[in-house]
Ligand binder design. Structure first.
Ligand code: EPU
Length: 379
C-alpha cells in the first residue's frame, strides 16, 4: 500500500485540473483493501473516502478534503473451464483486476483473437470503473460482456460476487452509482469472451470501415432484421478471414481518434453529458424546430427506445445552440464533438468548466425544453 498526503491530482484526472486531496492511497490487493476498511481508525485516513480509476470521467469541483483511493490490483487471468456454468460452453471467461487499464485489456483480447470488448477499444479508464460506469461505445456496453463483479462490501467487510444482473446495469448506470453508491469497491471483473466471431458493426460507419479492409461481412442472426435476417447461427456463418477482433479494434480506435480529443494532449473527460431520453411529445418539439430551420425533409438524428421514448444525441442539441467550437478563457466545446468540454490551455479551474456546463444546460433547456444531465461525475 502506498500513502501520500496533500497529493496533487493533476495527473489523476483527465481534465488535467490542478486540484489536490488530503491523502492518496493505492492498494494492491483485496487484503490491503480489507485492512483499510477494517482498521480505518487505526490508519486514520481522512474522511470522506473516494475511489477513482484514471479519473477519466470525473470533474473535481474543488480540492478533495478526504482520501482518494486507487486500485493497483492488476492481473488478467483466464478462468478454468470448470468455472463455467452449463450453457456457457462457447464462452471464455477471463477475470481482470480492477486496476488494469481498460484498453490494455481490449488489446490483450485482440492479441489472442478473442471477441468481446473490441468495440470499446480506446476508452480511457480502468477495468473497475468500466464496470461501475457501464462504459459504452459503437453499439456495445460493457454490461454485454460482464459475467460478474467481485467487490469488497465495506459495510460487512466481506468479499461479494455480484452477477451482472444484480449490478442493475442501465445507460452509463449501475447500482454502484446509484442505490449502493459507496458500499462496494470493485476488485475484479469476470468477462465473457468468445473465439467465434461475434462482430457488432451496425453503429455509424463501423461496418463501412471494416468492410473496406475485409470485404462484405454477413449480418449475425441476432442483429438481423426483417429485411436482412442473417444466418441462423454464428457458427454456420462464413466470416471473411481478415475479420478479426484486431481489425474491429483498429477501426474503432481510428474513428475515435478522428472525433475525440486525446486527453494526454487536451484535457477532457469524454462525453460531458448523457444523451437525453425524452417522451415523444418532447421529441416533436425538436422535430418541429428542425423542420422550421432546415426544411420539411430534414430528419433529426434520434433513436427510438420503445415505450414512447426517444433518445436524441446531446451533441446535436448542443450544436444547434451554437456551442460547437466555442472558446471562453481556458475552456471550450470541442470543435469535432460538442458533447466534449475541453481544458483548452491546460490551465482551466473547476469553476470555468462548471460555468460553461451551466450555460450549455441553460441554452438547451431554453431552446428545446430538454434538461441535459452530466455524464461526468462531479466530486
Ligand atoms: N452529432 C452532431 N454534431 C456533432 C457530432 C455528433 O449533431 O458534432 C450527432 C450526429 O447526429 C451523430 C450523433 O450526434 O450521429 C451521435 O454522435 P456519436 O456517434 O459521436 O455519439 P454520441 O452519442 O455523441 C456516444 C457516447 C460516446 C461514444 C459514442 C460512440 C454518450 C454520452 N456518449 O456519443 O461515449 O464514444 O457514442 O458510440 O453516450 C463517453 O461516454 O465519454 C463517450 C465518448
Amino acid at each position: 500500500m502506498t500513502v501520500e498526503y496533500d497529493k496533487d491530482l493533476s495527473r489523476h484526472n483527465t481534465f488535467g485540473l490542478k486540484v489536490s486531496c488530503a491523502c492518496y492511497v493505492e492498494f494492491g490487493s483485496e487484503d490491503e483493501l480489507r485492512k483499510i476498511y477494517g482498521a480505518a481508525g487505526e490508519f486514520g485516513f481522512p474522511q470522506p473516502f473516494l475511489h477513482i480509476g484514471s479519473g477519466s470521467n470525473l470533474l473535481f469541483t474543488r480540492d478533495f478534503p478526504g482520501t482518494v483511493f486507487h486500485s493497483a490490483i492488476r492481473f488478467v487471468r483466464p478462468l478454468d473451464s470448470k468455472e463455467k456454468r452449463p450453457g456457457e460452453d462457447d464462452v471464455i471467461l477471463v477475470e481482470v483486476g480492477s486496476g488494469v487499464l481498460w484498453d490494455d485489456f481490449c488489446a490483450w483480447c485482440a492479441d489472442r483473437g478473442l471477441w468481446g470488448p473490441e468495440n470499446l477499444s480506446g476508452i480511457p479508464g480502468e477495468v473497475g470503473s468500466a464496470a461501475v460506469q457501464n462504459i459504452g461505445a459503437y453499439g456495445v456496453e460493457v454490461k454485454d460482456i460482464v459475467k460478474e463483479v467481485r467487490c469488497l462490501d465495506v459495510v460487512t467487510g466481506e468479499i461479494r460476487i455480484l452477477p451482472a444482473k444484480e449490478c442493475r446495469y442501465g445507460y452509463r448506470d449501475s447500482i454502484f452509482k446509484d442505490t449502493a453508491k459507496g458500499r462496494y469497491v470493485v476488485t475484479s471483473v469476470v468477462f465473457m469472451l468468445s473465439s467465434t466471431p461475434a462482430p457488432r458493426l451496425e453503429y455509424g460507419h463501423v461496418r463501412e470501415a471494416v468492410e473496406k479492409v475485409c470485404g462484405p461481412v454477413p449480418v449475425p442472426a441476432s442483429q438481423g432484421n426483417s429485411c436482412s435476417p442473417g444466418p441462423d447461427t454464428q457458427s454456420e456463418t462464413e466470416w471473411p478471414e481478415a475479420l478479426t477482433p484486431g481489425l474491429v479494434r483498429g477501426t474503432v480506435i481510428g474513428i475515435r481518434d478522428s472525433k475525440l480529443p486525446d486527453p494526454s494532449v487536451t484535457g477532457n473527460a469524454g462525453s460531458f453529458f448523457k444523451n437525453p431520453v425524452v417522451p415523444k411529445s418532447s421529441y416533436s418539439i425538436v422535430e418541429n424546430y428542425a423542420k422550421g430551420r432546415y426544411g420539411e425533409g430534414y430528419s433529426v438524428p434520434h433513436f427510438d427506445m420503445g415505450s414512447g421514448f426517444i433518445k436524441i444525441p446531446a451533441a446535436w442539441l448542443i450544436e444547434q445552440c451554437g456551442w460547437k467550437g466555442y472558446l471562453e478563457g481556458n475552456v471550450g466545446v470541442y470543435e469535432k464533438q460538442p458533447l466534449v468540454i475541453v481544458n483548452v490551455t491546460g490551465k482551466a479551474v473547476p469553476d470555468e468548466i462548471i460555468a460553461l456546463e451551466n450555460k450549455i444546460v441553460h441554452s438547451v433547456s431554453e431552446k428545446f425544453g430538454i434538461t441535459l444531465h452530466p455524464e461526468v461525475e462531479h466530486v
